[in-house]
Design a protein around this ligand. Structure first.
Ligand code: FAD
Length: 536
């Protein structure tokens, strides 16, 4: 079984030359090792015997886990600070029990027991939250349980005529795609956490996949949903289109488990593409690249995947992939020699039928060339495709090497995108000192785009958690001040709750959301501390 701290069963090696590059850029590194789950400090469960007995009456015998290891494995998600804590052997954030229901009826029975006995509930999908969405906060309650949905993992039905597929919430994306493939369909939702995240998790965090510029974000794919709440089941059947009042599906999207548990979701599916084509380009500058991205999405044709890296991200990815053969200066000279200025890497991708792919690719190529972009060909595209899920495992290798590696994201209108970009970069650098801060734009909209930052710094061996939390707060402050959204696709959780009020429509919007929560969850057991603002 996978280690409780690492993303995958195996980790890539860090070539000595790449370690040299890192030390040159970040300064001396102090390697660290992860404590095994068997040696973790897990506090005693606070669940009282009477509650344990009640759970046993409402779920199968093997659906209730009280052992230290199962609880430790549910101690937080995949944020840098979650992993750092677990690597130290600290599982004090573990829930008091883990419940693994098999169906929606069992979920409702669990919520009833928790409401009556005052037990907090943290719904658990794939466990990939990077914003503290899985923190086992008790709120005012004596105990907290993780409601692990991984056994609710079936494809329920496919409607090939309307191109809809209904799933249980705990199914992981590879299993969902494998179940759809024999029907000739795909979801096309491919976030970097593809291998581990669940469909229910995507819906309640409003996830965006790497092809979102073409396929849309999960928001665009949800046609229907069922949600168990402490006061009853909300059933919103799929519709083609409707004017029947506000669309309550939109209240479930992004609800992060604070209103209830999504027990079923109906998604729009599309035919499996017959053609996939990815290619690489170098664009002369970040500013020119942003203008190009805007014109592609506003005027078309546009790719399904458009990922533009800034000069720092471009340099780091090329330095790392060249395993130290280049210095930054040599790289810059190399790019200039190829006519690519400071050089920003751009990946474009097309998925669909051959005619559609050819039409869009040829149109985009023409636009890129006339803007001075230099083609790196399909090889660069294929290399991106092969490594598109590699970063999480590499992060574990970097952890071992003593590197703090973390990401954060926002989005802004085209008018303010550059200002938000500059503000966040400055804030991160001011907080971390010697660090590499790279960024890419990867989700395009006619009105603006997302910004996704990757940060590398030498981890503070004495307290890397505070080191990152300080930098993250500085970035959050900068995003809020510059007019970006506090989250484009990672959701709010605990990491953004101090900065989310403006995104929710200010004081009136927050009051409306609290009122809704109170109606569906009057005792307040659902995922305490997440999504709703707290004073900073
Ligand atoms: C390496 C890595 C890469 C990532 N890349 C992307 C990316 O490209 N795009 C992107 O959008 N996100 C990305 N994420 C973030 C994360 O994968 C998403 O937020 C994802 O949607 C979470 O899904 P999950 O099933 O893991 O949910 P979890 O992490 O288990 O839960 C997330 C939140 O939703 C709640 N929840 C989960 N399931 C339910 C349910 N059925 N009903 C009610 N509440 C529920 C939880 O309580 C929690 O608050 C990445 C994360 C990692 C670690």
């Amino acid at each position: 079984m996978t280690s409780w701290t690492a993303w995958a069963d195996s980790q890539p090696e860090l070539p000595p030359a790449a370690r040299g590059v890192l030390e040159r850029e970040l300064g001396p590194l102090t390697p660290s090792a992860a404590v095994a789950v068997a040696d973790a400090h897990v506090p005693e469960s606070r669940l009282q015997r009477g509650v344990v007995e009640r759970f046993k009456q409402v779920v199968d015998r093997d659906a209730l886990l009280l052992d230290a290891e199962s609880r430790a494995r549910h101690a937080g998600g995949q944020a840098y600070v979650d992993i750092a804590r677990r690597r130290r052997g600290d599982a004090t954030a573990a829930p008091d029990a883990v419940l693994r229901p098999r169906d929606a009826a069992a979920v409702s029975r669990i919520l009833q027991v928790c409401t009556e006995d005052g037990i907090a509930v943290v719904p658990w999908g794939g466990g990939t939250s990077v914003v503290g969405g899985l923190d086992a906060e008790r709120g005012d309650f004596a105990a907290v349980v993780a409601l692990d949905l991984s056994r609710m993992d079936a494809l329920v039905s496919v409607d090939p005529v309307s191109r809809l597929a209904t799933f249980q919430p705990g199914i992981r994306t590879p299993a969902a795609e494998a179940a759809l493939a024999p029907h000739g369909f795909t979801l096309g939702h491919v976030p970097q956490s593809f291998e581990r995240a669940s469909l229910g998790g995507y819906v309640v965090t409003r996830s965006a996949g790497q092809s979102s510029t073409g396929v849309g974000r999960i928001d665009d794919l949800v046609a229907g949903v069922r949600m168990a709440t402490p006061t009853g089941e909300l059933v919103l059947a799929p519709v083609a289109g409707s004017a029947a009042g506000p669309d309550l599906r939109r209240l479930v999207l992004g609800s992060e488990g604070v209103l209830g548990v999504v027990t079923e979701v109906t998604l729009r599916v599309r035919p499996l593409p017959t053609e996939r084509h990815y290619e690489g380009w170098v664009v002369p500058s970040w500013e020119a690249g942003l203008t190009l991205m805007r014109s592609l999405i506003q005027d078309g044709p546009h790719p399904d995947i458009a990922r533009l890296s800034d000069p720092d991200e471009t340099a780091v990815s090329m330095l790392m992939s060249s395993a130290g053969r280049f210095t930054r200066r040599a790289l810059s000279l190399y790019l200039r020699a190829r006519g690519a200025g400071d050089g920003c890497l751009l990946i474009t991708g097309y998925e669909g039928n051959a005619r559609d792919v050819r039409h869009r690719r040829d149109g985009v190529r023409k636009r890129l060339r006339s803007a001075g972009a230099v083609s790196l060909g399909q090889r660069a595209g294929r290399s991106w495709e092969h490594s598109r899920f590699a970063a999480p495992a590499l992060r574990d290798t970097l952890f071992d090497a003593g590197v703090l590696a973390e990401t954060l994201e926002t989005a802004a209108t085209w008018t303010s995108l550059h200002a938000v970009y500059a503000a966040v970069r400055d804030a991160l650098r001011a907080s971390l000192g010697r660090a590499v801060v790279g960024c890419h734009v990867s989700h395009l909209y006619p009105t603006g785009a997302s910004l996704y930052f990757t940060v590398l710094a030498a981890a503070d061996a004495a307290d890397n958690e505070t080191q990152w939390l300080r930098a993250k707060t500085a970035a959050n402050d900068a995003i809020s001040a510059a007019g970006g959204t506090i989250t484009h696709h990672h959701a709010v959780g605990t990491a953004h709750r101090g900065h989310v009020q403006a995104d929710l429509g200010g004081e009136v919007g927050v009051r409306a959301l609290r009122a809704l929560k109170h109606e569906l969850d009057p005792v307040g057991i659902m995922n305490p501390g997440k999504l709703l603002p707290v004073p900073r």
